[in-house]
Design a protein. Structure first.
Ligand SMILES: Nc1ncnc2c1ncn2[C@@H]1O[C@H](COP(=O)(O)OP(=O)(O)O)[C@@H](O)[C@H]1O
Ligand SMILES: [Mg+2]
Length: 414
């Protein structure tokens, strides 16, 4: 029998609070997982930024990555480590790099999900490059922006095809607003999308591996109040559809960790933004929901490390083949779910959690009652709020976590 250490690397940027909780709770779990003839122990390490030899020996079994979407040095390290060493990483860097918002709409249109009508328009202006003039002269045709606007109707949204973080998103009420917004859009390549309007509910569904967590979202509230603490805002059927759409999206595009935004209107849940492969993980946004994220992250990364999980290729055509014309959304999701379960190895994951992580709830619950947890919250708050507000906001966020603990103890599982 051999003792084997599995190492989880944290590829971090401005993340402050969740890595502390993750590391401390992992320590307290004190895992020793029997697998075959081995006993597995787990270590976590924050990755540093260094020059690297592509032939360097393998150091990590799993990497939880928060940098790939903007920091190419780390992205290239990860890609070489996947290719050379079979490191498992979430999210898949190739998916992060190449699945823009517009691509994701297209994929889900093909699967028959209720994506609002969406167009793409060529940019208003360009960076001068050598072949630009001849290309535009030959092939760029005048188009009638007003006609596209009339097709989509108002209000509509203009947003970058590869957007994120509300960057350059505008809601347009009429044709003159559309023309003005386009004139000001500069070099951005813009998507125009019919608004889901008026909507009566807005949710964010966080998916992490086969796990999901749905939060009622209030986009008009200040940042720290947007993730509401409400319960019972979905029927069972709605929950099934929202979980299902999120998991299909994540399995289809190769994201393990993603946040899917959906709006409800006239009995239909419309996914409107689901290319979010570096979801908000801050305690100052998630507060009440933060412990769920820590637990989900631990379960999935430990499962991946223990089972020697490797990055799987995408298999879009299997998904296309699973759906048929005329199916309802529910039927589509149910037909696609076996592919999702196979991709995330859901059965093996659930078995692993039952066998080795039965104490995770209790350990997490206890840790979030400690001074270390207050300190983790304070460190994040100190980075975001002015000094005279630090104590007040630390108290506010910590109180919300204590509300989660009370609900958790009472059997309310958000
Ligand atoms: N089709 C739409 N219908 C209604 N609201 C929308 C639509 N598209 C975007 N929005 C609103 O604009 C916000 C930002 O757009 P989103 O696509 O989420 O961009 P980002 O990726 O920058 O978050 C959404 O959270 C939502 O409030
Ligand atoms: Mg969004």
């Amino acid at each position: 029998m051999a003792k084997v250490t599995k190492r989880i690397g944290l590829s971090l940027g401005a993340d402050i609070c969740w890595p502390i909780a993750f590391t401390e709770i992992l320590k307290r779990l004190d895992l020793a997982v029997r697998r075959g003839r081995d006993t597995l122990r787990f270590e976590v390490e924050r990755m540093t930024i260094d020059p690297f030899d592509i032939r360097e020996p393998r150091r990590y079994d799993v990497v939880i990555d928060r940098l790939t979407h903007w920091y190419s040095t780390r992205r290239e390290w990860i890609k070489k480590a996947v290719i050379l060493d079979d490191v498992y990483v979430f999210n898949n860097p190739w998916s992060v790099q190449s699945m823009e918002k517009l691509t994701t709409y297209a994929g889900m249109v093909r699967l028959g999900f209720p994506i609002p009508e969406t167009w793409l328009v060529p940019p208003h202006s360009y960076e001068p490059v050598e072949d630009l003039e001849v290309t535009l002269k030959s092939y760029a045709r005048h188009f009638d922006l007003g006609a596209i606007g009339r097709k989509l109707g108002y209000p509509m949204f203009m947003k970058p095809y590869d957007g994120g973080g509300w960057r350059a998103v505008t809601r347009l009420e009429d044709e003159s607003a559309l023309r003005e917004a386009y004139d000001q859009s500069g070099k951005l390549v813009m998507t125009l999308q019919a608004a889901v309007h008026p909507f009566d509910r807005f949710v964010r569904c966080i998916g992490l591996g086969p796990q999901t967590h749905v939060v009622l979202y209030d986009p008009k509230a200040p940042l720290h109040d947007r993730y509401t603490m409400k319960h019972d805002f979905l029927s069972d059927e709605e929950r099934h559809l929202i979980d299902g759409m999120t998991l299909v999206i994540n399995a289809f595009f190769g994201w393990d960790f993603n946040s899917c935004e959906l709006l409800h209107k006239d009995g239909v849940w419309h996914p409107i933004d689901f290319a979010n492969p570096c979801p908000d993980s801050q305690v100052t946004s998630l507060h009440y929901h933060f412990p769920w994220l820590i637990k989900a992250n631990l379960r999935w990364s430990l499962f991946a490390a223990a089972t020697g999980r490797t990055v799987k290729p995408l298999a879009w055509h299997d998904y296309f083949a699973a759906v048929e014309e005329g199916m309802t959304l529910r039927e589509r999701i149910d037909a696609l779910m076996p592919l999702v379960r196979a991709r995330f190895d859901t059965d093996a994951f659930e078995e692993f959690c039952q066998a080795h992580l039965a104490h995770l709830d209790e350990v997490t619950h206890a840790w979030f009652g400690t001074d270390d947890a207050v300190e983790a919250v304070r460190r994040k708050v100190s980075a975001l709020f002015p000094p005279h507000e630090v104590e007040e906001f630390t108290g506010l966020f910590f109180d919300r976590i204590q509300q989660w603990r009370a609900d958790d103890a009472g059997g309310v599982r958000p």
